[in-house]
Design a protein around this ligand. Sequence first.
Ligand code: S3P
Length: 194
Amino acid sequence: MGNKTQRKKPRQNKNKSPLRRKIALIGFRGIGKTTLSQLLGNIYKTEVISLDKKIEDEVQMSIEEFVKKEGWAKFRELEKKILKEIAQKDGVFILDTGGGVVEDPDGNLSQEKIDILKNSFFCIYLTMPDQLLLERLSQLKNTKTRPDLPGGAEKLPDILEKRKPMYLEAAHAVVDISSATPAEAAERIRRLIG
Ligand code: S3P
């Protein structure tokens, strides 16, 4: 007699409320902004915009190639231009930002970019303990092609420390996702957004 496998019903999307504002996920590289943006896009059945992808579409090359060719300062200027354009878009959506979106061309706090974020989006700063994030980043190294930041991998702890006040300046909410699966983290954010 064949064993009757119990098909699990697909998890119903419990969320019934529509997205009512533009959301931006901010946080250091490798924290999981892209994964959570996609999950939130599914939960809210709304558009997800990747700032990095819009930049690559604009210059028709990867960020890695652009930075190699033009340098970080030019990248930060371009990032600001594209961020401004996206912020002016009508409607609601989830913005998946790049980890350095809060920086100016000199690698310092960009008040202009932070103001665009703060004034146009509900910004959610994703965090986890530094050590955990740095370990994740070193493992991600072989998979995701991200250009090294100025100073290379050994400078990451300093850059992480430098950026924390920048993210906090832009954030409307801070979510520690270290003890959550991506789905749990997305649900935590959904409850926050409403
Ligand atoms: C950057 C992070 C990247 C990308 C670019 C710069 C950074 O985005 O914008 O390589 O300055 O940390 P992710 O945070 O999605 O990796």
